[in-house]
Design a protein around this ligand. Structure first.
Ligand SMILES: Nc1ncnc2c1ncn2[C@@H]1O[C@H](COP(=O)(O)OP(=O)(O)OP(=O)(O)O)[C@@H](O)[C@H]1O
Length: 428
């Protein structure tokens, strides 16, 4: 078995596309590492670099202590499974699985053992056309594993299956990789699948590693606003916030409501170095309460609508927050010059113009208004209420779900209040 190390790995294609940017990552012997990120973030290119199907522009791939950059794919002993696997239609399942071994001694035993691992023992005599989509994918996996590879590479192996089958098979795929104990890199853009199968997850964006950690670490303790936004369904609530001191405590102003952090909050000093932050609240870090908790960490809002999921409801509250625009959650560095440029030459129509203006660094003294602090929520110019600024929370169905129009008070768990600076980095 083999640990895989990526050392400052970079890949720039001939047309100038930077697919992988200075990626350093260590996958431990026998570990199942998921590479997660949106389409085009470079996940497949990383797999192809590990497999030797692409040559790095910079950096190295190591298997154990050995640099394998010069090693041909066939000499790396890696097995790859893609979304679109090709089975030989005229061969049986057993012949398909044994194909890579050709006529090596002991083929029958190796095929039987690989088939047993994946629960395929009963279908060994069938042909691919007589199998379900899920079974065909398992045959492709068995065929990849029969050679006992040092490294197992899976590229969106379940993407073509329907949701139910995907959920069923992902457990099986992860269990098989663990049973075999083979070091595995698993690529997906599906965050639910990533959290479900991974020992650790590496989140990529534009070829840059954002964070690597266990599923619990990347979910609960995101390093960047991008990671917070990308992981979790329903998505984390992300609002624009302003920061100022009040009697030795820190106010996180959401425009029409203020969250007061307790005097002992370890982030106080770090927070006061910022004027504007992005406030992240996961729907499961919020709890409806009555009355408001004494420490002041609560928000109120009017129920706009409720999705009933049977065991729980997803409640959308109009709480007067200013949503962080999706484009902002994706940017690495806020660029005031760029924002100023937008203001100087606003595209028509530009309903966000006033909002952008408020987000620019200010020189005049700040004033509290009766409606809260900057930034204030500004409804879209066309009067349409999009619900973009809704505060979304999970609500257990057991005691009955709230109704539209009701007012709810929501306690915010300060330990799960995520705060990000204008560059999208977490303020700890
Ligand atoms: N041979 C190539 N020549 C030029 N650009 C390429 C090539 N292969 C990939 N790219 C580009 O490199 C970037 C990363 O592609 P890659 O396929 O690794 O992303 P991905 O995260 O796997 O996306 P997807 O999930 O859509 O496959 C993309 O911008 C892609 O268009």
């Amino acid at each position: 078995m083999t640990a895989v190390r990526l050392d400052h790995l970079g890949k720039v294609f001939d047309d100038g596309t930077v697919a992988v940017d200075d990626l350093s990552l260590e996958v431990a012997d026998g570990e199942l590492m998921v590479l997660l990120g949106p389409s085009g973030c470079g996940k497949s290119t990383v797999l192809r670099l590990v497999a030797g199907l692409e040559t790095p522009t910079t950096g190295h791939v190591r298997f154990g202590d050995r640099i394998v950059d010069a090693l041909h794919t066939r000499d790396r002993n890696v097995a790859m499974v893609f979304q679109h696997y090709a089975l030989y239609p005229h061969l049986t399942v057993a012949q398909n699985i044994g194909f890579p071994l050709r006529s090596a001694p002991g083929v029958a035993e190796l095929v039987a053992s690989a088939a047993a691992r994946l629960g395929l023992s009963d279908v060994l005599d069938r042909r691919p056309a007589q199998l379900s989509g899920g079974e065909r994918q398992l045959v492709a996996m068995a065929r990849a594993l029969v050679r006992q590879p040092r490294v197992f590479l899976l590229d969106e192996p379940l993407a073509h299956l329907d949701a139910g089958l995907r959920a069923e098979l992902r457990g099986e795929v992860a269990a098989t990789a663990r049973r075999v104990g083979v070091t595995t890199l698993y690529v997906t853009h599906d965050q639910v699948e990533a959290l479900a199968v991974a020992d650790r997850v590496a989140v990529l964006r534009d070829g840059v590693l954002q964070q690597v950690g266990t599923p619990g670490e990347v979910y609960d303790d995101p390093a960047t606003v991008f990671v917070a936004a990308f992981l979790g369904a329903p998505r984390a609530n992300l609002f624009e916030g302003a920061i100022y001191p009040v009697d030795g405590r820190v106010a996180v102003d959401l425009g029409s409501q203020v969250l007061m952090l307790s005097a002992g909050d370890a982030r106080t000093a770090a927070l006061l170095r910022h004027e504007r932050v992005t406030v992240g609240l996961r729907p499961d870090a919020l709890r409806a309460t009555a009355p408001a908790p004494a420490d002041g960490a609560s928000l109120r809002g009017r129920v706009r609508h409720v999705e009933n999921h049977g065991f729980e409801g997803i409640v959308h509250l109009d709480a007067g927050g200013l949503p962080t625009p999706p484009a902002h959650t994706m940017i690495e560095t806020a660029d005031p010059a760029h924002l100023a440029g937008l203001l100087a030459d606003p595209p028509e129509p530009e309903p966000r113009r006033g909002v952008i203006g408020r987000l620019l660094p200010r020189t005049e003294p700040r004033v509290h208004s009766g409606y809260g602090f900057y930034p204030a929520y500004e409804p879209p110019a066309d009067g349409r209420d999009t619900g973009d600024g809704d505060l979304v929370l999970r609500f257990p169905a057991a005691g009955g779900l709230p109704r539209p129009g009701e007012t709810l008070t929501v306690a915010v768990d300060p330990d799960r209040l995520l705060l990000f600076d204008s560059a999208g980095a977490r303020i700890r």
